[in-house]
Design a protein around this ligand. Structure first.
Ligand code: TYM
Length: 329
């Protein structure tokens, strides 16, 4: 074991991944690999909190591993694994449910309230309990830092609360993780409705650039993106929320500062800027998809096997300690 700090994060295979997932989470992870001990999980038990088609779920689970690899997560540096390969996730979630979680904690979760509203009467208990499974994911690995988009901040805060309660009620056991969100890109908004975040489950898909979108479809979505009144290309979240979101995508994909982007488009209108952004996005997708398509099923299987072996060792150490504290033999 080295003494690098531990990073844990994950994505659920409940839909195709989009630029929000990439810019808010995955691209940030790539930068962290050299400095930290990183674990990146495909959290497939989280996906079944809402109904999934079984065959599609199996395929998507493997596709997310491909996205990780194509994005530059290096399996020689980071542990990439499936939640369902390490049984301790669900085991710890049950223990935390019983020992440390109150109904009132989960009643406060805004993401549950939003999702429950959209799912009518068929809301599962799993959807309500989901943040406890997420806490278990994080706490099993003595995680120091959790890099996520800003919609997950409340869940990480709950994880800290559960850890604190367990440590207080039994004995010091869990490390308290910190959330890490990007200064820019923590919340990429929909292209068609800049008041909503870009989302796998949003109605229609015109506001969402998927990583597997056909290039021309992606270009069209950018050209159709909603903009604000006025015509000057400048970053201003209050006056120009829609354009600022587009500029953030441009900034994150090219590394160009907002100031330089503004200079480049001086005297030009929104249409010219959108054409430029469409070129940037198409270039990114072309390179990304080339790498993605070159990754074989065999490679995915190999990465997951090695990842599960590494993750299990760490998870088993934690669960042993937890069961001892609670009195489970
Ligand atoms: P999920 O699968 O919904 O999203 C994966 C990651 O993408 C980020 N994200 C965004 N970032 C910026 N702009 C957006 N529009 C956008 N949409 C999504 C999310 O914040 C997330 O970082 N509960 C988690 C998965 C999870 C997890 C964990 C994460 C389960 N256990 C433990 C960290 C640690 C989720 O549903 O993410």
């Amino acid at each position: 074991m080295n003494n690098k700090k531990v990073i844990f994060s994950g994505i659920k295979p409940s839909g195709d991944l989009h630029l929000g997932n990439y810019l808010g989470a995955i691209s940030q992870w790539v930068e962290l690999q050299d400095k930290y001990e990183c674990l990146f999980c495909v959290v497939n038990y989280h996906a079944i909190t809402v109904r999934q088609d079984p065959e599609t779920l199996k395929q998507r689970t493997k596709d997310i591993v491909r996205v990780y690899l194509a994005s530059g997560i290096n399996p020689k540096k980071s542990t990439i694994f499936l939640q369902s390969d390490v049984y301790e996730h669900t085991e710890l979630a049950w223990i935390l449910n019983c020992t440390s979680t109150r109904m009132s904690d989960l009643n406060k979760m805004t993401q549950f309230k939003d999702k429950a509203r959209n799912n009518g009467t068929s809301v599962s208990v799993g959807l309500f309990d989901y943040p406890v499974l997420m806490a278990a994911d994080i706490l099993l690995y003595n995680t120091d830092i959790v890099p996520v988009g800003d919609d997950q901040v409340q869940h990480v805060e709950l994880c800290r609360d559960l850890a604190k309660r367990f440590n207080h009620d039994y004995a010091p056991t869990f490390k308290l993780p910190e959330v890490m969100i990007r200064k820019q890109g923590a919340r990429i908004m929909s292209l068609s409705n800049p008041e909503n975040k870009m989302s796998k489950s949003a109605e229609g898909d015109s506001g969402c650039i998927f990583l597997n979108d056909a290039l021309e479809a992606a270009r069209k979505k950018i050209m159709k993106a909603v903009t604000d009144s006025g015509s000057e290309v400048k970053y201003d979240l209050n006056e120009k929320p829609a354009l600022s979101n587009l500029m953030t995508i441009y900034h994150l994909l090219t590394g160009e500062s907002y100031k330089d982007i503004k200079k480049d488009y001086e005297g030009q209108g929104y249409g010219d800027f959108k054409k430029g952004l469409a070129d940037v996005v198409v270039k990114f997708l072309t390179e990304f998809q080339k790498k993605y398509n070159a990754i074989s099923d065999k490679e995915v299987a190999k990465v997951l096997e090695r990842g599960a072996t590494c993750a299990k060792v760490l998870a088993q150490e934690t669960i042993k300690k937890v069961k001892e504290r609670v009195g489970i033999i």
